[in-house]
Design a protein around this ligand. Sequence first.
Ligand code: ATR
Length: 291
Amino acid sequence: MSGISGKAKIAGVIGWPIRHSLSPRLHGYWLDQYNIDGSFIPLPVEPSDLGTIIPALPRMGFHGVNVTLPHKETVMAHLDHIHETARRIGAVNTIIFDQDGQSTGHNTDGFGFTENILQTLIHWDFPQGPVVVLGAGGASRAICVALLDAGVPEIRLLNRTHERARVLASEINNVCGRGDSGGTITVVDWDRRSECLGDVAMVVNTTTLGMTGKPPLEIDISGLPEQACVTDIVYAPLKTALLVQAEQCGCAIVDGLGMLLHQARPGFEAWFGPTPQVTEDLRRHVLSGAG
Ligand code: ATR
């Protein structure tokens, strides 16, 4: 569609800074694909302005926004409702405004993670065995909740800062572990990352290690079973050194770009209507705007 009308549906993404966000490119692709009279706008919002801007958005006609750093946790205080998954993760990445301007915060990062695995490994069986998760930041929180919800029996959580892993494990175990599925998070020392892999079904890197410009992730995964899967949330480079090593071990690999693309789907559907798909062409389009 060339240009938008006065009736255009509007959504956007709030962050500080926002210049590097790939979300406008991603949603823009789908808006074009479905020929929608709509727009998705990058919105630079300083932390101190969050409380003023969030309630103003529906009053200006916004259907919703994605939320990125540094607002994912602090935004929760400014919303009318928080979806149960977002509450368990402790962060919001998608806000939907209803017709009365009431806001609900969702977190679709975990959904993006599992959908990305299942798009590549269609019959992946999450309950089949323990998962090693490296890192205990915000992405790790969402992924741990998603893994437990998917029926993973045990998560071994390793983080350079042990205390951060301990706190994450204790909080998530309280809100979702040991439930019907019986899954639970145990903390393992960062120094044992190459040694705790013998019976593991999946390894997930949620740290920034291995990203262009960051230090490498030093790990030897030769002890992993061959039928294990290795995935990385880093997508620059797309095939990280961890994924190269996993391929050499004969393991299945899933790169990190898909998580970013899949997490955007529920928001797009809520704001604009169609259920969008993640395709090779979309991956190319978004990657060509990265960096
Ligand atoms: P996010 O919230 O987006 O996941 P983050 O909070 O910056 O990002 O977390 C980044 C992760 O990478 C953390 O697990 C961090 O470990 P610490 O909690 O010990 O900081 C990890 N990380 C970053 N640099 C690292 C390094 N040089 N060695 C080991 N882990 C590192």
